[in-house]
Design a protein. Sequence first.
Length: 473
Amino acid sequence: MAGFISALLTQNEKLTEIVETQARQIQKLEHRVQDLERQLGQNSNNSSKPPSSDGLRKKNNLREPGGKRGAPKGHEGHTLRFHPVPDEVVIHPLTTCKNCNYALVEVPVQNWIKRQVLDLPLAPLITTEHRAEEKRCPCCRTLQSAAFPRTVKAPVQYGESFAAWTTYLSVYQLLPLKRITQFFFDLTGYRPSERTLLEQLNTMASRIAEHESVIQTQLRQAPVICCDETPMRLNGKQQYLHTHSTSEWTLLHMNEKRCGPAFVEMDVLPAYKGIVVHDCFVSYFKSDVTFSHALCNAHLLRDCQGVVDHSRHSWAAEMKELLRRSWKLAKAARVSDRRLSDEVLAELERQYDHILALGETQWSKDKVPEKTGPRGQKCKSVAANLGDRLKRPKASILHFLYDDRIPFDNNLAERDIRMSKVKQKISGCFRTAIGGQQFARIRGFISTLLKQSLPLHESLVSVFRGQFRFRAT
């Protein structure tokens, strides 16, 4: 009898051990399932994933409609305007009366009803022949010739306007070289080779490089700049396209690193003493930086929405609403040219701290993934990590409330690099580091031209000729 009881106790211990092992395995699998569900549920509204990754998911339209037709409410709108001096006038005579068929040919005109049509003519190619004089010196009897301009190197070649169009179509409209050659052929009957187009882009990039120092100087002097970076593919390896931007200046740079070396090469941030609008990337918070911080709140809104969607935390929804309400108050104050009162600012900060205190009671109950290695900090839940990002740089997050020069988000910098992802989708990746750097340099320059409302084609032609100068300098 004693042996039977002992066997039962041994069996019970083994079963208990199996149950405990299975419980730990179930808990581990539950964490894994929750993590996978979070990943599958991520989109551009609740994470940093781009909108292009959303697929066929129906996107939420955040615009307020202005009615059944027309632009949204608040849109200023614009329309075509009459030209005071048209290039061509077409007269439509009134010869007979529509009521009684009386002849009106000799009746004087009382008034004109005008309508104008704006059209784009198909202009023919312009051939410019350069003739260098040859003369024989009557003194030394040597035959000499005048010098051609430095841009005229071949017996027959394409001109600066071709190079300007190549630059615009390739770097700004993101057309592949093959489609650009086809475009020129359809338009003019001439088909420049891809090699010719590459030479034009190379020459344009080298000319633009002479003006980068001007852009760098203007960015260093700006009180606020927006910085961002996005991964790009270069010959199968990951690179980063960096931007430093203001409302008038754009500097783009391609580098294999996401932080230090790229900042040094761009030569703006190392000695910058103004305010930098950026995301939560840790390299911006190094101890040796001399600038102040303003965080992009659009990132934090998406992160809050992700916690709401996957963890069902009420504090994240309240924080999202508080940030939106704070920006609404800040915008209203800026429109009326005033600053928020100390009482309002104190109340917003009090609510901010209260929401984080509430959040700590909620994320402390979250399941925390097991630590996989011996080094590094203890693992935290996604909500706890977001709470830390909201706690530590609180002054940088709410900086827009105290300084009307600071935007709520970092959309200015993001817009300057967003279309580069389209270039990658069209062409796959850059083949060489030189090609990637040329793309960054030219696109940043074109962005600057557009921000300053400078004539694009005329400016690019001037750059190719070495005659361009920025108006703002």
